[in-house]
Design a protein around this ligand. Structure first.
Ligand code: PBG
Length: 327
């Protein structure tokens, strides 16, 4: 008997063999591209920490999304930067606010596009926290139940504008149930909820907070977002959101949480999304710009690993470059 008997390299010898035995296939259908929408017209502001990503006004957004849809990307998620921020984030549920306007424009221009909206108050509050503040035992913190009412109004404004999916990212307890009830009572049973079920208090949101101008003015988000050390708690969060009516759930960020993605996939049957967040994108782009890594190959490796871990849907700022590479 020659040695070694087992030769896995046989199936790696040619490109055709490698294609045939590939276990994970990334498909454009899985991609969701995030966009930051600002008031005004003709605006396309580059975000310094996220090369290739821009804040756009609604008119420019429509053209950008048209290009992405041309590459086959089926879905977008919108984040709004409002004209004015205040203590309770009132422009979040303004029906003529920047996100409802963007949703209407996109649905008009691209009726087949899946339009998702991020539902959270941090872009709309002047203090940058994801909810309405209260002082309790001498400490300022986000008031859970008062915030639920605001989130329900925000989700409803997005649904009325024509959003296909609303995606609450605030991490308040009970928000999926409260939003589901608000949508159903207003005759929007057709609008789906993708909950950011396991969202961690991560250092990898830095560039996003620059893009959305939503960094908390004081403190941090640790009293509502999850501790990066906790994986079992993610399963509990997912179970709660599904029980409250989430149609799909998300793990966020993706790369430091591939184990969480895998255990959610193994335990639950609803579609699973993962968010390849701004800091993950910025790290890769910075290294590529320095010539330290091969950017396009690294981006494909990142998205492949997220799908391999078990995500059905990947929210990623690499969406357009991945879609082009898959053509
Ligand atoms: C809003 C929200 C955040 C992100 C998505 N929705 C920021 C945060 O929680 O601070 C982060 C996305 C990214 O980093 O790409 N709550």
């Amino acid at each position: 008997m020659p040695f070694p008997v087992e030769r896995p390299r046989r199936l790696r010898r040619t490109a055709a063999l490698r294609r045939m035995v590939k276990e994970t296939r990334v498909c454009v259908d899985q991609l969701v591209e995030p966009f930051f929408v600002v008031p005004g017209g003709g605006i396309k502001n580059p975000i310094p920490s996220m090369p290739g990503i821009f804040q756009t006004s609604v008119d420019v957004l429509v053209e950008e999304v048209r290009e992405s849809a041309g590459y086959g990307i089926p879905a977008v998620i919108l984040f709004g930067i409002p004209e004015r921020k205040d203590e309770t984030g009132t422009s979040a549920w303004d029906e003529s606010g920047v996100v409802p306007r963007a949703v209407r424009a996109l649905k008009r221009a691209l009726p087949d596009l899946c339009v998702m909206t991020d539902v959270c108050l941090c872009e709309y509050t002047d203090h940058g926290h994801c909810g309405i503040l209260e002082e309790h035992r001498g400490v300022k913190d986000v008031a859970n139940d008062a915030t639920l009412e605001a989130l329900a109004k925000e989700a409803l404004a997005h649904a009325k504008a024509g959003a296909d999916v609303v995606a609450p990212s605030d991490m308040m307890d009970g928000r999926v149930g409260r939003i589901r009830r608000a949508l159903d009572e207003a005759g929007h049973a057709e609008v789906a909820i993708l909950s950011y079920a396991a969202k961690y208090a991560s250092a990898f949101y830095g560039p996003f907070r620059e893009a959305a101008q939503s960094a908390p003015a004081f403190g941090d988000r640790k009293s509502y977002q999850m501790d990066p050390a906790n994986a079992r708690e993610a399963l509990r969060e997912v179970a709660l959101d599904i029980a409250e009516g989430a149609d799909a759930v998300m793990v966020k960020p993706a790369l430091s949480y591939l184990d969480v993605i895998r255990s959610v996939r193994d335990r639950f049957d609803v579609p699973l999304a993962a968010y390849n967040v701004s800091g993950e994108y910025a790290m890769l782009k910075a290294a590529a710009a320095n010539g330290w890594i091969d950017g396009p190959r690294a981006a494909m490796e990142v998205v492949t690993s997220i799908v391999r871990a078990g995500a059905d849907i990947v929210l990623t700022y690499h969406a357009r470059e991945i879609a082009k590479a898959l053509l």
